[in-house]
Every structure is written in structure tokens, then in C-alpha cells.
Design a protein around this ligand. Sequence first.
Ligand code: MN
Length: 509
Amino acid sequence: MKDEKTLLKNIRTYLTEEEKNFVAAALQFAKTAHHDQKRISGKDYIVHPLFVARVLSDLKLDAQSLAAALLHDVCEDAKITPSEIKEKFGDGVTQIVIVLTKLKKISIREKDLPAGRQDIKHFDERTLIAIDALRRVFVAMAHDLRVVIIKIVDRLHNIKDIAVFDREKQRRIARETLYIYAPLASRLGMGEFKANLEDGAFKILDKKRYKGIKKHYHRMLKQAKKTIKATSSLLGERLKKEGIAAEITSRVKNIYSIHKKLIKVRNNYERILDLLGVRIIVKTTEDCYKVLGIIHQNYRPMPGQFSDYIALPKLNGYQSIHTLVYINETLPLEFQIRTADMDYQANFGVASHFYYSEVLKPKDKTSGQNIKTPKKELIWIKELAEWQNQIKDSKDYIKELKIDFFNDRIFVFTPKGEVKDLPAGSTPIDFAYAVHTDVGDHAAGAKIDGMMKGLDTKLSNGQVVEIITNKNQRGPNPDWLKFVKSASAKDKIRGYINKLKKSDSYILR
Ligand code: MN
């Protein structure tokens, strides 16, 4: 099995001895658990978790992620209990596997989904609400982004293997992929995954259109090939003269993104200006700007078709310079200029940060929960949270969904973008205690989405809550018991009151 070999080879390059053994043990465990099982395709079941783990090892994800990927289907499909996993592989891995198993049960109802050709802008409200709710669940899980990354890779494999299902199931999986997983991959900056998910799904949903676009596009690429090649080699020589080391490749657009653009321009290919493109990878940011200068000296740039995502990165972290120029009277060509790091980031996004943040910090052995969140991610999580504001009036969206574990919970954010999971009806006091006992005990005021609000205000999904504390406040107010919802807040307030009573009676005696 190729994936197994590659996985074992990959982990030798970046994991410690101990971690390698940990992953190998998980592999052995998964093999035993799935040993008599087949995928619907007839292949041995283990090929699936192996694929997921192998891709993650290409991205140099940590040992816990790899083990969780190998074990991600054993609870559901091989009847292994979480406590068995916990005993052998610890709490971190188990938490990831539990969430992944839960996520499997969540899906959008068929009738809430639009037909394949529609663009998301034209969806009706019901559909948007259903899609939004599913995204919310993912956002809620974002406190450990490794879950989301594993899920995206899991879906990538499933969409490759999709032919074995009946038509209806294929379409359901494809739509979910297109409207939930691909946008998620995009938000997380995982460009390569996004493109593969989109094209895999689009092929199922509208095969005729997919094939039509592909054919047309490839014909265009073929026609322009000579010109692009000549331009590239000419430019390559100029850069060499200037002493700039560069790798020049032609870049291809994914079919679904062409489809989306075609809708906007009424199927006129000529109006999609950035259909043809060249990517230039250089060593330093400084070189990026030098290359830009050289291109603009030699070719006429198209007005208004220049973006500097290096100075102003996209919210998902994407960095590159884009400029559209005419390489002759009629042929527009888009140049994308970036460093190798930026290129890696563009393809693998958030996943590419785990390794780097990981090796710099000592491992947290005690729990897998509060593991390293690279700073950049916080912005992305906030951005994910913004999805939640896209749809208003969705008060009863929860009822619309087949989500069993989610009904009675809400998910709110700290100003830093951390998710707090609370019972429905929770107030800023519940939130404060979820942050820290000290914050709860000294809570004096609350800002909800930037506005001062009462401490008994009912919170709703997606809000950003900031607690204002007063250090001189002696402790919680007993009146808070009238409105708090979470058991832990109640406990702590009661605990404080009891302590106070005891000490009072002591003094009285
Ligand atoms: Mn799976």
C-alpha cells in the first residue's frame, strides 16, 4: 500500500522516536479494528484512514492528528469505544475522534439543498439557513482546528470514492462538499484542497457543464501555450540578468471557479480576464516587487487589475501579487508573484502553520484541548464567526436541522476569537465563569458585540462577549442565581455564598 509507505516515510522526517511509535501503534490498532471490513468500493477499509493520515503527514501535522486520522472511523464502523482509545492513545486523540464521530451524524436535509447549477447568491433563505447552521457547528469545533483539517481531508477521499454510491447519495455528498467543506477549506486558506473539493463535487452535480468547461479551457490553454512559454522564457532571462532566482510555471484555474465566473459574465469566456496565468516564485518579498517592476516595464498593465495581497493579505492569510498585463495586442495574462513560503501557505493554509508553531513550542502532554493556536488563526476564526452574521432572522434554524447534540447549546466568542460552548439561555455571567472563576467572581459589566449590556442579557449564537471586571468587588452577587443557566456558574456562586454563611456563623459564635 502506497499511502502506508509514504506515511511511514514522512513521519521519519519530522517526528520524534516516541511520536513515531505512537503513530505506528495507532496504525496497528486501526488495522486490527477494521481488519474484516471493506469500503463499499470493495477495497479494504484501512485504505481510507490511511489516505487521510498520509495527506496530513505530507503537511507535517502533529502525531496526535495522525493518530486521530487513523482512528477516525473506528468508533462508528468498528464498534470501538472512546474509552478504549483513551486508554491507549490518551485524551487529546480521543477528543478529536469523538468530535469527528459526532460530525458524521450531521447533515443537511436533501430538501434544504439547492440544485447543482445555482450559485450560492441565488439560494433561498431556507437553504442559506441550513448551510449556515452546519457551518456554525464547524465553527464551534474550531477550538481545535485539527478536527476541521482532518474532516476536510476525509471528505476529499470520500469524494474521490463517490462513484460507488447511488445517484441520490452522490448528489447529497457533492452538495455538502460544495457548500460546506470547500468554503471552509477556502476560509482556512487551504487552496489546493478547496479546488479539489469543488471540482470533485461539481463533476457529480453537473457533469455536462463540468466537461464542457474543461474542454473549452484546455483548448484555450493549448492555443496560448506557445505564447505563454515564449513570454516565460524571455522573462526568465531578464530576471536572471537582474540576479533574481525565480521559478516560473503556468497556473491553471479550477473548473468550478471558472464556472462561477462564467455565470457572472453570461458565459462569455473572453470576459474572464484571468483565465490564463503564470506564477512566479521567488526567494524574498523584495524580489516580488522587483519582478513586478520588470513585468510592468515590459508589458502594458491593465488598469484596475492589480492587487497587492502581500502588503494587504486576504483574511485567510493568502499573500501574493497579482497583475494583469497584455502580452500582445489581444492576449491578457495574469502574473502571480510570491515567495515559496507564500505559495505553500496558499495551498495548505492553516494546516501549514501547525508544524511550525508546533516545533517551536514544547508539547502540551497533559491535554490535547488547549493545543497551540498560531496567532494568525485567531483572525480566521473570527472571520469564520462572521459567517454567522451573514444570516439574520434565523431564530428557529435549529429546529430545521437534524442535529442532536447541538440543539440546546450556544456558541459565543471571546474578543480573541476563542469559542465558548454554553447552554441555551446563558448570560454574560455564565460566559464569565466559563472563561475563569476569577472573571466570574468579579464580573461588573458586559459588552456584547461591542455594546454595553446587562449581566442578565440572554446570549445568542456567534456573539462576541467581553466581560468587564472590578477587582474591588468582593465576590458574586447572590441575585445572579436567578438567571444563570450553566451548572458550573451555579455551583461557583452557591459555593461562594455557602462559604460566606459559614464564616459569618463562625464569627457570630
Ligand atoms: Mn472517514
